[in-house]
Design a binder for this molecule. Sequence first.
Ligand SMILES: [Zn+2]
Length: 449
Amino acid sequence: MEVKDTLSASLKKMETREGKRMNMFVCGPTIQDKPHMGHARTYIFYDVLARYLRYKGIRLFYLMNITDIEDHIITKMQETGKSWEEITSTYSAEFFDIMERLKNKSVSYSAFATDYTEEIIVQIKKLMKKGYAYEISDGVYYRARKFKDYGRLSKQDLDQLITGARVEVNEEKEDPLDFVLWKKKKEGEPSWPSPWGEGRPGWHIEDTAITESTFGPVYDIHGGAKDLIFPHHESEIAQMEAISSKRPMVKYWIHTGHLNVDDIKMSKSLKNFVTVEDALKSFWPEAIRIMMLSMRYSAAVNFDEKSVIDAQTTAEKISILLHRVNAQEERKSDKADEIVERIFSPLENDMNTPETMKEIVGFVKDSLSKRTMTDEEKCEIKYVLSKIEQVMGIVHFPSLPEKSMDIVLNLRNDFREKGDYDSADRIRDSLKSQGIMIEDTEEGSYVWW
Ligand SMILES: [Zn+2]
């Protein structure tokens, strides 16, 4: 399997460590607001990457940080008058709930930044000792130019970086490029004790403290959205490699493209579509996953109303197929294995999920076009669907209330068999008014919604 690595700007073959192990760290959210569709895109992609690596037998540990102290959180406190505890507990609960609903369940451990203030302080002390950090009146800063590779990940020279990014102006800083490691407390801000007085960590040092204490100074995969490359990820490398003198800190840097949510904001029909919570009111989680996975993970994309409606249609077709075969046990066969192999092989090529989605859509279409199916075929189809679910998370499996639909369906069939079509139709129509469709085929009736 090959992936595009941002640091080398090339396709790299994925190699595991001893015992088929890999460690992956993905930048988690700053918990100051409801998750939006950009979060959905990023975390669905890494969820599928994690699922696929595990499907291949790799023992992957997936670590995500949760930024529970940061400038945006303090701004939110000032805007709302709410306490730090209130904001971080509300929005972290909301984040985990939305991830659960989106079926992003592959994270092994979520690490809250403020649980690592001791480890952060240890790292800053080491940087000071090695001459990479200095203290001024408002905090402790990192001497970016002292680290000779600063700028290598984002592939810009340092002077371009200064003009390209909005660098904080601070007269006392030795160089505008220097970034903060520890911010000293201002009135009304939450704070933690440190050798430099009460304060809070800078954003970049949170990640390296968490990864070093969990994985050590070097690990396999680091993920996050592309807009984090500079200064965030660039600064992580500078911190960790300066501390450990070991490089590279990360073997594979995998970055997801930006999802343009602004266009959605401007769309009248989708005006409430910005938060995942609102999207989930109109669409299945599987539809949101299908939509995101139909895009190349690394591309910058706008998404329109049509793409999510198409994705919902695909999700429903998969569900109809599942209903047709669900009474059977799943069974592996050479033919089923061949189909599964064909579906997942594009993932070997830098996680080409759009190609995999095309294979899935083709498989579902072919299967649904069969007027009758043997039990053996049903068992094979069910096996393929369960593998698709394992890796992609796009099969809408019936939950308990959905199973009760079978009872209603059997009742309707009893009426039809007795020739009581009025009663049968009444059941069909009242279900339809609730958005539940009955499809009658030669083989029997199926419900879907
Ligand atoms: Zn991060």
